[in-house]
Ligand binder design. Structure first.
Ligand SMILES: C[S@@+](CC[C@H](N)C(=O)[O-])C[C@H]1O[C@@H](n2cnc3c(N)ncnc32)[C@H](O)[C@@H]1O
Ligand code: SF4
Length: 413
C-alpha cells in the first residue's frame, strides 16, 4: 500500500508551521492538491497511496469529501495563525487514486470548499485525474459547470496485451469516447501514457502514440514504467515471469515519443510532458517544478510552503480519526536547509524547458556548462537563439534521456 514515509521530524497536532515559511510568499503561486485515495482495483505496477474497498478498515468512501473539507478549512486557519498570508489558489488538482470513483457532486463540494476558504484566482487551472472507465458525459458536464477546466485520463496504452500486463481495467476503445465527452463538456484534455511495459514492442508503443495523437488532446504525459518495490509487478519481474525492457529500448521509446509528438505539433516542456502550446502546459505541475507553495489535502498528501514540507498519515482511517478530532493529519515534516533547497531547485528546474538560469548556478556548476554543451546534453543556443553559456539551460534530446547525469554535473561542488 505505497512505500514508507520520508524520514522527518514529528509534526505538531495543531499543524502550525514555522514563520520562516512566510518569507517571499507574496511572490509564489499557491496551489491546492486534493488526494482521493480510492481505486476499484489496484493496477499491478502502482504504489500510489490508494485503497480498494476491502482495504478501507471500516471507513466509507462516501464520508471522504466531508473529511477532506475539514482539512481545507483547517489549512486556511493554520496558514493565518502561522503568519503566512492567505492567497487564492492559482491551480487546484484532484489526483489519486481515482478521484472520479466519487460521485461528481463530492468533487464539486470539495472544490467549493477551496473556493470559499482560499478563493480561486480568475482563470485558474482546475484539473481532475480520471480513469477512462469511471466517467460519462453527465459526470464531466457537472464538473465543468462547477468550474473544472481540465481532465487528465489514464490511457497508458492502446494495446490490449500491454494494458493486460499493466492490469488496467479499461477497454482501449473507451478512450475516444471519454475524450469526446470531455470535449463536449468543454474541458481541456490530457492523456497519460506509460512506455516500457514488459513485453511491449516499439510497434506497440508506436500504436499507442498514434492512437493518443489521433484523439487530439491538448496535453500528453509519457512516463517510463517505474518498477516500484513491493508491487505485484516487481514480484513478477523478480520471479522471471515478466522481463523489463533494457535501457536502450527505453531510450528508443522516448525518442519515438518525442519525434511523433513533435511531428504532431506537441512541444515538450518537461522531460515527460508535452503540450500543444504554452496555455495547455500543466500549470499545477509547473508549480511543483518551480518550488511554489501548495497544500496537499488527504491521506498521504504532501505539502510545501516556503521551504517547509510535510506529509499526512497514509491510511484513510488514520486520516479520518485525525481530522474528525480536530487535529492536523500531518505525520511528519522537515524544514529544508538552504543547501537542500538549492539541490531541489537545480533538480527540478533543469528538467523543465524554461530551464535554469546559468547565472544562478554555483561557480563550479557554471563551469560545467561548456562541457555539457560539448557533450551534446544541453542546447548550445544555436537552435532557438538562447545562448546557454550566458542564459538559460535547455536540455537537448540526449540531455533529456540523461537528465539525472546533467543535474549531477550542475550540482558539482
Ligand atoms: C494516480 S495515476 C492517474 C489516475 C488514475 N488512477 C489512472 O490510473 O488512470 C497517475 C498516473 O501515474 C502514472 N503511474 C502510476 N504508477 C506508475 C509507475 N509505476 N510508473 C510510471 N507511471 C506510473 C500513470 O500513468 C497514471 O496515469
Ligand atoms: S487506477 Fe491509477 S491510482 Fe489506481 S491503482 Fe491504477 S494507476 Fe494506481
Amino acid at each position: 500500500m505505497a512505500g514508507p514515509h520520508p524520514v522527518g521530524d514529528p509534526a505538531p497536532l495543531d499543524g502550525l508551521i514555522p514563520a520562516s515559511a512566510a518569507i517571499g510568499s507574496e511572490t509564489r503561486d499557491f496551489g491546492v492538491y486534493l488526494h482521493v485515495p480510492f481505486c476499484r482495483v489496484r493496477c499491478g505496477y502502482c504504489d500510489f497511496n490508494t485503497y480498494t474497498a476491502t482495504e478501507l478498515r471500516g471507513v466509507k468512501q462516501s464520508d471522504y469529501a466531508s473529511q477532506a473539507i475539514l482539512e481545507v478549512e483547517a489549512a486556511a486557519r493554520v496558514l493565518t495563525a502561522s503568519g503566512v498570508p492567505a492567497r487564492p489558489a492559482s491551480t487546484v488538482f484532484f489526483g489519486g487514486g481515482t478521484p472520479t470513483l466519487l460521485p461528481a457532486d463530492h468533487l464539486v463540494r470539495m472544490l467549493h470548499a477551496v473556493r470559499d476558504t482560499f478563493g480561486i484566482v480568475p482563470g485558474a487551472e482546475i484539473t481532475t485525474e480520471a480513469n477512462p472507465d469511471s466517467v460519462d458525459l453527465a459526470y464531466l458536464r457537472q464538473l465543468k459547470q462547477a468550474g473544472f477546466t481540465r481532465v487528465s485520463f489514464g490511457m497508458q496504452s492502446a494495446v490490449p496485451r500491454v494494458l493486460a500486463t499493466l492490469e488496467r481495467t479499461h477497454d482501449p476503445e473507451r478512450v475516444p469516447l471519454v475524450v469526446g465527452w470531455a470535449r463536449e463538456a468543454g474541458l481541456d484534455v490530457s492523456l497519460d501514457l506509460i512506455y516500457g511495459t514488459p513485453g511491449e514492442t516499439i510497434e506497440d508503443w508506436r500504436a499507442s502514440l498514434t492512437h493518443a495523437i489521433s484523439q487530439a488532446p491538448d496535453h500528453i504525459s509519457a512516463y517510463s514504467l517505474i518498477v516500484e518495490d513491493g508491487t505485484k509487478l516487481a514480484r513478477q519481474i523478480r520471479r522471471g515471469e515478466l522481463v523489463q525492457p533494457d535501457e536502450d529500448l527505453q531510450a528508443d521509446f522516448y525518442e519515438l515519443a518525442d519525434a511523433m509528438l513533435g511531428d504532431a505539433g506537441y512541444a515538450w516542456y518537461e522531460v515527460s510532458n508535452w503540450a500543444t502550446d504554452d496555455a495547455h502546459r500543466s500549470r499545477h505541475n509547473l508549480s511543483y517544478w518551480r518550488s511554489a507553495d501548495w497544500w496537499g489535502i488527504g491521506p498521504g498528501a504532501h505539502s510545501h510552503v516556503g521551504g517547509v514540507r510535510w506529509w499526512n498519515v497514509k491510511h484513510p482511517a488514520a486520516y479520518a480519526d485525525r481530522v474528525l478530532a480536530g487535529h492536523s493529519p500531518a505525520a511528519g515534516r522537515e524544514t529544508l536547509d538552504d543547501a537542500t533547497r538549492e539541490t531541489e531547485r537545480v533538480l527540478l528546474l533543469t528538467r523543465i524547458r524554461e530551464g535554469i538560469p546559468v547565472a544562478t548556478l554555483s561557480p563550479l556548476g557554471r563551469r560545467e556548462v561548456a562541457g555539457l554543451i560539448n557533450d551534446g546534453l544541453i542546447d548550445d543556443g544555436l537552435i532557438d537563439g538562447r545562448a546557454a553559456i550566458g542564459g538559460t539551460i535547455e536540455l537537448t534530446l540526449t540531455g533529456r534521456l540523461l537528465a539525472d547525469a546533467v543535474v549531477r554535473r550542475l550540482l558539482t561542488d
